[in-house]
Design a protein around this ligand. Sequence first.
Ligand code: DX5
Ligand code: ZN
Length: 234
Amino acid sequence: VLVQRLREAVPAVLPSLLQCDFGNLQREVDRLQAAGVKGLHLDVMDGQFVPNLTYGMPIVAALRRLTPLPLDVHLMIGAPDRYIEAFAKAGADLLTVHIEALTQPAATLAEIRRYGIGVGLAINPKTPLSMIEPWIDRCDLVLVMSVEAGFGGQSFDPHALDRLRQVRRLRDAAGRTDLLIEVDGGVNRQTIADCRAAGADLFVVGSALFGSSDYRTAVNELNLLIDSQSSTLG
Ligand code: DX5
Ligand code: ZN
């Protein structure tokens, strides 16, 4: 499955489609593919779980028709169980839900698993990591938020580095080399190398990419910064 393709691609930059040109998705996807990205990160917000409201299944389905790249769908919505089937059918390859939005994490994670797609669990900066610890063995990916979920363009919270290191330790302790560790929020040329050194595999980048006119150069620069740290990680 496509989650496996994502595993083979790490470390990798995943563009967050939040500040892109939604009037010309085809062109955006073409430019991102030409820039060599290994997957797309899609930010779904409901105006309830987070104050911002973005898009839902139709955009995921449209992107599915436009690209074979893995679609990493970040659900920032309350009671996400209601929509898991719909997002799976729209073409998500990996569905990430927020621990803060779950009343029965085991049931929600099992529901995602039922569709044969990747299972992700996200955690906001202020939520104790102990909240996700019991569920990590049921996940393919842990998303450590480095800003409070809701908006692009916020600045990176350096505490996320400690949290990445802790998740990395949990992963090593559990012998889960297949578990993907993703970081999201304020990741840019100033912060990406530290994120790599702290153990992140997947780097979600919004404004630092879509603010530049040349995606290929921007992605290459970020990849070089990631590679500058790789030797310190196993
Ligand atoms: C924030 C979203 C992020 C965001 C990243 O709630 O989950 O994916 O779009 O954007 P930047 O890179 O601008 O912080
Ligand atoms: Zn996101």
